[in-house]
Design a binder for this molecule. Sequence first.
Ligand SMILES: NC(=O)c1ccc[n+]([C@@H]2O[C@H](COP(=O)([O-])OP(=O)(O)OC[C@H]3O[C@@H](n4cnc5c(N)ncnc54)[C@H](O)[C@@H]3O)[C@@H](O)[C@H]2O)c1
Length: 362
Amino acid sequence: MGSPHRIGIVGLGFISKVYLETLTAAPDVEITAVADLDRARADAVAGALPSARARSVDELVAAADVDVVLNLTIPAAHAEIALAAIAHGKDVYGEKPLAASFADAQEIVRAAKAAGVRVGCAPDTVLGTGVQTARAVVDAGEIGRPVAATAQMVTPGHERWHPNPDFYYQPGGGPLLDMGPYYVTALVQLLGPVTSVIGAGSRLRSERVIASGDRAGERVPVDVDSHVTGILEHASGALSTLTTTFDGTATKAPPIEVHGETGSLGVPDPNHFDGDVSLHALGGSGWTPVAPRAGIAGAARGIGLLDLLRAADGVAPRASGDMGLHVLEIMTGILQSAASGSRVSLATTVERPPLVPFAPLA
Ligand SMILES: NC(=O)c1ccc[n+]([C@@H]2O[C@H](COP(=O)([O-])OP(=O)(O)OC[C@H]3O[C@@H](n4cnc5c(N)ncnc54)[C@H](O)[C@@H]3O)[C@@H](O)[C@H]2O)c1
């Protein structure tokens, strides 16, 4: 094995813990630097990780011992950190969404291409056995020509469990930009790129109350729509209907269903890596389970970054910046349509990355 990929992590909040687990278990990765606005967080992580030094963000993005910057900050900071890393010639992989605005995301992709560095973007859950097995069924023609999909994300809101939920109710947040990346990326994996969207949105309350942690009882303002629904017209002609809400309680609807000329497919939660896929063939006797046949088994957050690190020279990562940009344009297009009342045509497209072969996490 050659020298390890040297990672610097910016943003050491809630989701960093699972990334740290995945990356410290990977034999070809070394975390050399960590940074957070809250220096105590960086000191604590570095104290538990002998390979890593706590640094300021400016030091980390410029550090000679960092090849790739993993950006786990809040959405409003994604672009600033990614662009700083790119300016220092580093590859970047970031949490979703790629940026809080489509213009910022375009700038990240443009700057990375100009600098000759790679950009990866969550979600990587869609590289697990759940969505990949469903895609293998669609690609094999087992539901015939795909006609439509439905996707539903219903929750009463993340302030019930997240100790610092402010960003979920600010521009760059909301149910669509926060949870939509899982569903929209899965829909693009299953049915291909999208050419136009129609959207509508609403807002149940102007404030939310934090339910856990040190700030329990504190109110946070709601500056975005907390219920957003959209129609996605895929280049193939298939139509997806998407609902994302922080204003509902629960749902019994499957996370995603895909309907084709000769069958319907049940797709598990795209916010998880695995889950049950089921197929109802036209004329068949009912829903039958589909055994995993594609995707990384036993995966966790971080596999998209490992895919980027391990991709041969010139091969695009599967959880790519181009995918993140297209998914963000779909979502911001839905919000733009909701505001204007008009259908929005999209400027970007993306090629579906190759199907992930069925294999355990390495
Ligand atoms: N919480 C989840 O379950 C979850 C799941 C998947 C993805 N995500 C995504 O992960 C990202 C982070 O979410 P989180 O829940 O960990 O948030 P968090 O608020 O718990 O952590 C974010 C961290 O980033 C730091 N930070 C913010 N701005 C910074 C800046 N400019 N420079 C350096 N550090 C900065 C904060 O101090 C904090 O430690 C978001 O994009 C979110 O959408 C979260």
